[in-house]
Design a protein around this ligand. Structure first.
Ligand code: DIR
Ligand code: MN
Ligand code: MN
Ligand code: MN
Length: 311
């Protein structure tokens, strides 16, 4: 078991400065060392270098060509990391990067299941968005079912839908736009909103998530984790915090449980914005939680581990 880490210091999928500092802050909090300590081989592919492209808007849509171009690069990098045989880790950056991450993952391994942990559904199309931010839209580019709803955009012609709505599970939703809610219902997407976490408990939610995923064919799992899924009292340093989120323990449990299935093939950890903490303690709490979520993805158990647990 090995981790292949890609930094994607990209922020133009949303408007708040600082989210590009995520990858380096997460690294400097000891992610690589701690993965190695827990017996995981690590290869750091460094931070991607993105072309300087035209940052102009198309209608309401912000930085269209930049988002398309950055994701193209990420898709190629992700594919290469999977071809090298690692469990891929994409450190964002904003959540628009899931376009390239999931696209590249699927290009390497074929059909995927996606578990999307977020306060938001990020399933607006370029026509339903009212913010114009691409971090609220990545899923619309990835789903076969929404292909006909997505217009042609500069630097996006390389994106081919690679995911079926039945292979997507959401956990933690609590801020869903009306059009997004309509899309989720229309496509029959499996959603465990934060209310379901309240009602069922996180253990049952994860059992049902894994049952759902395994009955659909045990495809490799892509976990896309937006740090704003966690309650802002724990992870305040993020661009669009929403009250009433997952506890630290629920958040880590999700990663522990998925890791134990042996199906986890790639992870995104996005939307950590070190410039948005009011204090250094806010930033550290956010970054440390991000690190703990990633350690959980690589077989760390809070009860403790010993070397054979990791193999
Ligand atoms: C909103 C907010 N639904 C949008 N989305 C966020 O911009 O489309 N996603 N914050 O992470
Ligand atoms: Mn998100
Ligand atoms: Mn979010
Ligand atoms: Mn198709």
């Amino acid at each position: 078991r090995s981790a292949g880490i890609i930094g994607a210091a990209f922020w133009r999928g949303q408007s708040r400065l600082g989210v590009h500092e995520g990858p380096d802050r997460i690294r400097s909090s000891g992610l690589l060392e701690r993965l190695k300590q827990q017996g995981c081989a690590v290869k750091d592919y460094g931070n991607l270098v993105f072309d300087d492209v035209d940052e102009s808007s198309v209608g309401l849509l912000k930085s269209v060509a930049a988002v398309g171009g950055a994701n193209r690069r990420l898709s190629e990098a992700m594919k290469a990391v999977k071809m090298d045989g690692h469990t891929a880790v994409m450190l964002g950056g904003d959540h628009s990067l899931a376009i390239g991450s999931i696209h590249g993952h699927s290009a390497a391994v074929g059909e995927l299941s996606v578990v999307w942990v977020d306060a938001h559904a990020d399933i607006n199309t370029p026509l339903t968005t009212y913010t114009g931010n691409f971090h609220g839209q990545p899923m619309s580019f990835l789903l076969h079912e929404l292909h006909s709803k997505v217009p042609v955009l500069p630097n996006f012609s390389w994106v081919k839908p690679c995911l079926s709505a039945k292979d997507l599970v959401y956990i933690g939703l609590r801020d869903v736009d009306p059009a997004e809610h309509y899309i989720l219902k229309m496509l029959g997407v499996k959603v465990f909103s934060i209310s379901e976490v309240d009602r069922l408990g996180v253990a049952r939610v994860m059992e049902e998530t894994c049952d759902y995923v395994t009955t659909r064919g045990k495809k490799p799992v892509h976990l896309s984790y937006d740090i704003d899924a966690i309650d802002p009292s724990v992870t305040p340093a993020t661009g669009t915090p929403v009250v009433g989120g997952l506890t630290y323990r629920e958040g880590v449990y999700i990663t522990e449980h998925l890791s134990q299935t042996g199906l986890l093939s790639a992870v995104d950890l996005v939307e950590v914005n070190p410039q948005l903490g009011k204090t250094e303690a806010d930033v550290q709490s956010t970054v440390n939680t991000a690190v703990d979520l990633l350690l959980g993805c690589f077989r760390r158990l809070r009860e403790g581990n010993h070397p054979t647990d990791y193999t």
